[in-house]
Ligand binder design. Structure first.
Ligand SMILES: Cc1cc2nc3c(=O)[nH]c(=O)nc-3n(C[C@H](O)[C@H](O)[C@H](O)COP(=O)(O)OP(=O)(O)OC[C@H]3O[C@@H](n4cnc5c(N)ncnc54)[C@H](O)[C@@H]3O)c2cc1C
Length: 306
């Protein structure tokens, strides 16, 4: 119930205005977001690399209906990738992009072109791009664009969500040689017709998807903070005789950081997803929906005068 209410609020511009103008405690946003500027993102990537962690940087923004904004987002990624190259961070750091921030809802062709320019710049910097997955109304369009991007940039990463009933089949389709696939549970409010609603069903689907990806030829990227699923991932990698460098774990910035370090110390590849920028509202609301325990802290900070 609470999760649904928070996810509905994530789509409300009225609540966004209220939250955006409230004397929001910086620490709530700061817990999940690395900062507002390119320099903040680079500093986070540098610090993570020093701790033995990989990262993927996400310039926050989504659902844009303004082409100038979509172009601005593309340009920010181009600047970021240039900086990753110049600062010698490209080996440990890639980028994640949302097609809806690149104009997918206005003109999918333009979103494809923008994403393609970002992939080209990533290739020059010798790093990679992963295309985030958004709500189910965009799954087909996103996978179609991803397929076209992969024709020129085969290492472009896909994201699949285990809460969608279709995803086990998508995992099988995408688990080809060289195919980078991030598997997550899924963060949006989806109808029962397309998505499992219960945690147990979503988790079971996640395990079936791990099996499909680990059995395949691709490079699985297991994005979860769930301790049981991390253990199952380790177990299946052994079962399918995979080396530790043939897959990776991914977690979000600020969530279970000690677990990220523990896995890295055990020799696993661990990538931290690092969001930055001032468009943090939708991202923050999805994180709160995943952990309703944070909501009362957040609500207090909304009325705090600090
Ligand atoms: C690297 C990465 C990339 C992602 N990309 C996408 C994407 O492209 N599209 C998409 O739909 N979703 C994406 N997600 C979000 C994902 O779908 C889930 O919503 C999110 O990861 C929570 O699911 P979980 O697997 O961690 O399990 P959960 O069952 O939500 O959590 C398991 C445990 O993790 C801890 N935990 C989880 N969330 C929090 C939190 N917010 N604060 C503190 N502790 C927490 C708690 O201990 C909890 O018991 C991504 C997640 C990661 C890690």
């Amino acid at each position: 119930m609470l999760r649904s209410a928070i996810l509905a609020a994530a789509r409300s511009s009225k609540i966004e205005r209220l939250v955006g103008t409230a004397p929001l405690s910086r620490s709530v946003v700061r817990r999940y977001v690395a900062g507002e500027t390119t320099a903040d993102a680079l500093a986070a990537a540098r610090a993570l690399a020093a701790d033995g962690l990989l990262s993927t940087l996400d310039y926050l923004g989504e659902d844009t209906l303004d082409m100038a904004q979509a172009e601005f987002t593309r340009d920010e990624y181009l600047r970021l990738l240039q900086a990753l190259k110049e600062e010698g961070l490209a080996e440990t750091t890639e980028v994640s992009v949302k097609l809806s921030a690149l104009g997918q809802d206005i003109d999918p062709e333009a979103a494809y072109r923008h994403a393609s320019e970002i992939c080209e710049s990533a290739a020059k910097a010798e790093t990679t791009v992963t295309v985030d997955m958004e709500d189910h109304t965009r799954t087909d369009s996103t996978l179609e664009i991803l397929g076209r991007l992969r024709a020129n940039f085969p290492d472009t990463g896909a994201v699949l969500q285990s809460y969608l009933r279709r995803t086990e089949d998508d995992c099988k389709d995408l688990s080809k040689e060289g195919s980078r696939v991030r598997l997550c549970k899924g963060a949006y409010k989806e109808p029962e017709s397309v998505a499992y609603q219960g945690k147990l069903d979503v988790d079971r689907s996640y395990v079936r998807c791990i099996n499909a990806l680990m059995a395949g030829e691709g490079y699985p990227m297991l994005a979860t903070h769930d301790p049981r699923l991390v253990e199952i991932g380790i177990d299946r990698a052994k079962w399918f005789d995979r080396d530790k460098d043939s897959f990776e774990f991914q977690m979000l910035y600020g969530i279970r950081p000690e677990e990220q370090l523990r896995l890295a110390a055990e020799g696993y590849r661990v990538r931290c997803y690092v969001p930055y920028g001032d468009q943090w509202y939708g991202y923050l609301m999805r994180r709160l929906a995943e952990r309703p325990a944070n909501v009362s802290f957040f609500a207090r900070s909304l009325v705090s005068r600090k």
